[in-house]
Design a protein around this ligand. Sequence first.
Ligand SMILES: C[S@@+](CC[C@H](N)C(=O)[O-])C[C@H]1O[C@@H](n2cnc3c(N)ncnc32)[C@H](O)[C@@H]1O
Length: 332
Amino acid sequence: MDPRSEVLLRQAELFQGSVLLAGLPADDLLGRLPDAHGWCWHAGDQAALDARFAERSHFGVNAPERGFDSAVVFLPKSKDLTDYILNALASRLAGRELYLVGEKRSGIEGAAKQLNPFGKPRKLDSARHCQLWQVTVANAPEAKSLESLAQEYELPLAEGPLKVISLPGVFSHGRLDRGSALLLEHLDKLPSGHLLDFGCGAGVLGAAVKRRYPHNQVTLLDVDAFAAASSRLTLAANGLDAEVMTGDGIDAAPMGLSAILSNPPFHVGVHTDYFATENLLRKAARHLKNGGELRLVANSFLKYQPLIEEHLGVCAIKAEGQGFRIYRAKRG
Ligand SMILES: C[S@@+](CC[C@H](N)C(=O)[O-])C[C@H]1O[C@@H](n2cnc3c(N)ncnc32)[C@H](O)[C@@H]1O
């Protein structure tokens, strides 16, 4: 059981009604709170929840339409995303209870201040290195549209400017990552056919290759519903047509690919992100056709080359700069 769920269950009598659990972990909590429903934006967690608790969790970037009497927000990593989720729920909870739970190391103490606009927050519990906060919504806000929180920037590419639209919580919100910038400079001579942008975020790589190689089929894949929604906005803003999908890891990707491009997930201490990247390197060959290529950017200190050589084939360093490397390997 996730420690945040354990903290909720210490006060289980508060959560017996129709409570909405936003950003919930894929653990047993729905089993312990029979009238609760989930709202999830992580495709892997949603698949796990669906398998165990069919129809009890809603997936997407908007709160479920079904009514709820109170809501618990599991503190997201990003402050902007927390604001969006709290606003969306508080707008529907006038006079009712909104809770925020999170780990101390994730900054729950400071994040609790984000409840101030709605009423007087109070700390209900502190245990398992987590805190649980509650506010009775005295000032229910107007719901903000997600699009109104989007940030836009423009990249001067050789083929013409590319607009990038990112939503709260999406990697490198509102600016281009340095690693992605290096990969954008090294998208030449890709095999033509079906290209995949793995871990697409706001869709900058996928949109750039579709712009550069318009006759190729391009698929963008991310585990996060806000990233997929951003990628759709980026493609639409540039009049580009490509498939965007949510799914957890390379297993969710199509087969018969000509190239996989990625600035793969990497966060110190977050085990699932290492797993997603290592799994990509191990299984890329299954998803590439003969002669297909894996091209990725990674921090120079990450030792991906041996893993790529073990599972795919000879791996060259195509470029290096500012602490990043571009790796390139072909399926023989
Ligand atoms: C380093 S970011 C790169 C984003 C984007 N390609 C760019 O260059 O700005 C990695 C992305 O991988 C996504 N990701 C993390 N785990 C994943 C998984 N298991 N399956 C698919 N995507 C994942 C994250 O949501 C994030 O958008």
